[in-house]
Ligand binder design. Structure first.
Ligand SMILES: C[S@@+](CC[C@H](N)C(=O)[O-])C[C@H]1O[C@@H](n2cnc3c(N)ncnc32)[C@H](O)[C@@H]1O
Length: 473
C-alpha cells in the first residue's frame, strides 16, 4: 500500500487535469506495476525473441509507444535478472513509460541514422535509455553517455557492455558542463533529469512518505541549469528531449518554459500528440506528454520535445583543448594484424566506420564521430576495448565479443549455457580436433569466449561476470 502524505495529495489534486479523477490516481498508484521488458535489437530481432521466449511460456502484450517493448507475463515464478537471456543482453527490464523519451527523440525528422550522428544522454545511469538509444542508432555514430555519480557510472558501463553497445563514450561530470565543453555539437540530446521521483510510487510505496514541496526547490534549480546546458550543446536544427518521472508542473512544464524565457524564439516545442495511438490522452496544451499512472496503467512520466531553431550565444569562452590524450591511432601494420586476428580466429569483420586506437598495448575501437571531440573534455571510456597485445598474439576482450557479431559461433544448450555463465568448463561428448579460441553462444547471440581443447570447452568468462545462480525455465 502506497504511503501518501496529505501535502502530496493536495498538490496532485491541484495539478490533475479535470478529465482524470483523484480516486483513479490513488487506485492506480496502489496497483503493482505490470512487468515490462525491451528486446535488445543489437542482439536479436523482436520476432526471434518472441519465438524463443514463447516456447518458455512467456506471453507478450505490445507497448504502443515502443516497437521493441512488451508487457510480459509468465506462469513460472522466476527471477528475470538471473536468466541466461537477460545476462547475455537479449532484453532489458525497463518500465514501459521509461521507453517514451528515446522514442520521442528518434521520432520524425531524427531518423537518419549514420556514422556522423552524435547523440548525448546527459544523465544516463543505470542505462535503460542509453541502451535503448544505442539500439535505435543501430550502434552507428556516437552516443556520449554521462553520469554524475561515480558508483552509478560502473553500473552504466556494465549495462552498456552487457547489451553489446559499441558506439558509446562514457563521461562522469555534472552535466552543467556540456554547454561549455561541447557547445552546439550534438544532433540529439536526452536529458532524463534527476527529479523527485513522484511517478515511481508504484515501484516504491515509500517514495512519497516524506514528500515536501519545498525540498524540491534545489532539484528544480538543477533541472533548469541542466536544460540550459543541454540547449547550448545542441546543434541548430537539433532535437532535445527533456523527461522526468516527477508529476509536478514545477519540475516539468515550468522547466521547459524557463528554457523559452532564457533562449526565446530559438526554442520550439514539438507536439508529441501523434507519437503513438492515443498519445493525445496524455498531451498537455504545449504538446508535452504528462503520463499520469491511470492513463496507460504505467508509472508516471513527463516527456517534452524541443527543437533548436537558431544558434544561441555561448555563455563562456571555449575551454582550452586538453593535451596528453593517452590514445593514438594504431599503425597500419598493427591494425592489419589485429583485423586478421579477429577475422581468422572469430570470423569477425571489424566495422569500417570506426578507428582502431592503441594505448599501452591495448587496442580499442573508437566511433569515427568521436575524433573531433578528442581533447574537448575528459572521457572515462570510449568505444570498445578490443584486445590486449601479448608477447605473441592477442587476448580478446569479452566486451568486444558481446558487441561484434560473428557467423562462427558454437551454440550451447540451455544446460551448457547455464554451466558457462557459472564459470564452469563444458565437456564435449566426442573428442575432436582442438580449435583454439571460439565464441560460445546461446540462441545465436554470444555468451563469451572459450578455449576449444578437443574434449571440452575451457571457460574464459571474466571472473567478475561469473554467477552463483542461473534461472532456467
Ligand atoms: C532519472 S535518473 C536517470 C535514469 C537513466 N536515464 C535511465 O534511463 O536508466 C537521473 C540520473 O541523473 C544523475 N544526476 C544527478 N545529478 C546530475 C548532474 N548534475 N549531472 C548529471 N547527472 C546527474 C543521477 O545520479 C541519476 O543517475
Amino acid at each position: 500500500m502506497a504511503h501518501f502524505n496529505q501535502n502530496f495529495l493536495d498538490s496532485i489534486e491541484r495539478e490533475l487535469p479535470t478529465h482524470l479523477s483523484m480516486d483513479d490516481f490513488i487506485a492506480y498508484s496502489n496497483k503493482p506495476l505490470r512487468l515490462s521488458i525491451r528486446v535488445n535489437t543489437l542482439k536479436i530481432s523482436v520476432d526471434s525473441f518472441i519465438e524463443l521466449m514463447t516456447t518458455k511460456g512467456w506471453q507478450f502484450d505490445p507497448i504502443p509507444w515502443c516497437a521493441e517493448g512488451f508487457w510480459v507475463s509468465n506462469n513460472v515464478d522466476i527471477q528475470l535478472g538471473n536468466t541466461i537471456e537477460h545476462l547475455q543482453g537479449l532484453f532489458y527490464i525497463q518500465e514501459a513509460s521509461s521507453m517514451l523519451p528515446p522514442t520521442a527523440l528518434f521520432d520524425g525528422e531524427q531518423t537518419d541514422i549514420n556514422a556522423n550522428l552524435r547523440v548525448l544522454d546527459m544523465a544516463s545511469a543505470p542505462g535503460s535509455k542509453t541502451t535503448q538509444i544505442a539500439a535505435l542508432m543501430e550502434n552507428q555514430g556516437l552516443l556520449v553517455a554521462n553520469e554524475y555519480s561515480a558508483s552509478r557510472v560502473k553500473v552504466l558501463h556494465a549495462n552498456v557492455a552487457r547489451m553489446g553497445v559499441a558506439n558509446c563514450a562514457l563521461t562522469h561530470f555534472d552535466a552543467r558542463v556540456f554547454g561549455e565543453y561541447l557547445y552546439e555539437t550534438f544532433d540529439s540530446i536526452l536529458l532524463d533529469a534527476p527529479c523527485s521521483g513522484e511517478g515511481t510510487i508504484r515501484k516504491d510505496p515509500d517514495a512519497l512518505k516524506n514528500w515536501d514541496n519545498n525540498e524540491n526547490k534545489g532539484i528544480v534549480d538543477t533541472q533548469k541549469a541542466l536544460i540550459e546546458s543541454a540547449f547550448l550543446a545542441l546543434k541548430v536544427g537539433g532535437q532535445l528531449v527533456y523527461s522526468t518521472c516527477a508529476l509536478s508542473r514545477q519540475e516539468n512544464q515550468d522547466v521547459c518554459h524557463h528554457l523559452k524565457t532564457v533562449f526565446g524564439d530559438a526554442v520550439e516545442f514539438t507536439s508529441l500528440n501523434k507519437l503513438f495511438r492515443h498519445a493525445d490522452k496524455a498531451c498537455t496544451e504545449e504538446g508535452f506528454l504528462h503520463v499520469w499512472p491511470q492513463i496507460y496503467d504505467s508509472e508516471g512520466f513527463f516527456v517534452a520535445k524541443i527543437k533548436k531553431l537558431t544558434s544561441v550565444e555561448r555563455q563562456v569562452e571555449e575551454p582550452r583543448k586538453q593535451k596528453n590524450f593517452p590514445f593514438s591511432e594504431a599503425k597500419p601494420k598493427q591494425a592489419t594484424e589485429l583485423k586478421s586476428y579477429f577475422k581468422e580466429t572469430f570470423g569477425i569483420t571489424l566495422p569500417k566506420d570506426a578507428e582502431i586506437m592503441e594505448r599501452d598495448l591495448e587496442y580499442w575501437l573508437f566511433p569515427k564521430a568521436m575524433t573531433p571531440l578528442i581533447g574537448k573534455m575528459r572521457f572515462q571510456r570510449i568505444g570498445l576495448k578490443l584486445a590486449d597485445a601479448l608477447k605473441k598474439g592477442y587476448k580478446v576482450r569479452h566486451e568486444a565479443i558481446l558487441a561484434l557479431s560473428s557467423p562462427d559461433m558454437i551454440n550451447l544448450t540451455d544446460e551448457q549455457a547455464k554451466e558457462f555463465l557459472m564459470g564452469r568448463d563444458i565437456s564435449l561428448t566426442e573428442k575432436v580436433k582442438p580449435q583454439g579460441e571460439v565464441i560460445v553462444a546461446y540462441a545465436n547471440a554470444p555468451l563469451g569466449v572459450a578455449k576449444h581443447l578437443g574434449n571440452k570447452l575451457k571457460n574464459n568468462l571474466p571472473r567478475d561476470l561469473v554467477k552463483d545462480k542461473i534461472a532456467l525455465y
